[in-house]
Design a protein around this ligand. Structure first.
Ligand SMILES: [Zn+2]
Length: 257
């Protein structure tokens, strides 16, 4: 099992969680850096677990007003310097759910493009966060030839899914599929060869459905992708083991791990 997207570096007991994940037979965990501030904690986990923890580093669209241009350029230089310890650029993308004003949305777009161009330059896949902004995000992505595109915690419509699949993108489903009707339906339409599994942990705990993330605490753990694989196996009428194995193969291929 490979969890391709989580934020467990933000937890105090992250090393314990990694040890537990290894005990449970997981193959790897990819930690996602959403804020330049988190690069240090993610890299520390990688350095302590080189053959198990991998890092994707990006810039979450909700942070566009937290950093100025120079700071972002500096961050990109830092990433260039850590190039060989980074498996992908992300999460990056557009979030119109939290960002309503046009100026900030435009800033999001400009930064999204900047990080895509950087990913192409250093030949890494991109991991994309999209919330209420699918048309715009897919339009931006279409303008580039990117090594591999992963749509993380996918929550688009069936039309968006179809578009993404036609372009060869990978669709990463998170553990929220355990308590929604929409996500299993989308997973049923996604061929296994383009599917990835993630938890987005510590958020999206499958055992505390329908409670807003903030109240839900930080209880999700990387091995809960097994629960998603049960749901997917069920809707696709295949074996859970086959879901896990194929998603794992895909993760190894996309992130070259
Ligand atoms: Zn995330």
């Amino acid at each position: 099992m490979i969890d391709v997207h989580c934020h467990i570096d933000l937890l105090e007991n992250s090393q314990e969680i990694i040890d537990e994940a290894k005990r449970r037979g997981m193959k790897a965990i990819i930690v996602s850096v959403a804020d330049p501030e988190e690069l240090g904690s993610a890299m520390a986990l990688r350095n302590a677990n080189k053959d198990f923890v991998y890092v994707c580093a990006g810039f979450h669209p909700n942070h566009v007003n937290d950093y100025d241009e120079d700071e972002i350029d500096e961050y990109i230089e830092q990433l260039r310097g850590s190039r060989f310890d980074i498996a992908g650029i992300g999460e990056i993308g557009l979030d119109y759910f939290w960002t309503k004003d046009d100026e900030s949305r435009l800033k999001q777009k400009i930064l999204f493009e900047k990080f895509i161009e950087f990913a192409i330059e250093i030949e890494l896949p991109v991991v994309v966060h999209i919330r209420d902004a699918f048309d715009d995000a897919l339009e931006v992505l279409a303008r580039y030839k990117i090594p591999n595109v992963v749509l993380h915690c996918f929550s688009g419509s069936e039309t968006h899914l179809k578009q993404a699949l036609e372009r060869g993108y990978y669709i990463s489903f998170a553990t929220n599929m355990y308590y929604t009707k929409k996500h299993p339906r989308l997973a049923a339409l996604t061929p296994m060869k383009q599917m990835l599994l993630e938890t987005d942990s510590p958020w999206l705990d499958p055992d505390t459905p329908n409670i807003p993330n903030e109240e839900k605490g930080k209880r999700n753990r990387p091995w809960n992708i097994e629960k998603s694989s049960e749901v997917i196996a069920d809707v696709k009428k295949i074996k859970k083991e086959d879901v896990i194995q194929k998603a794992e193969e895909n993760a190894k291929h996309v992130f070259r791990i």
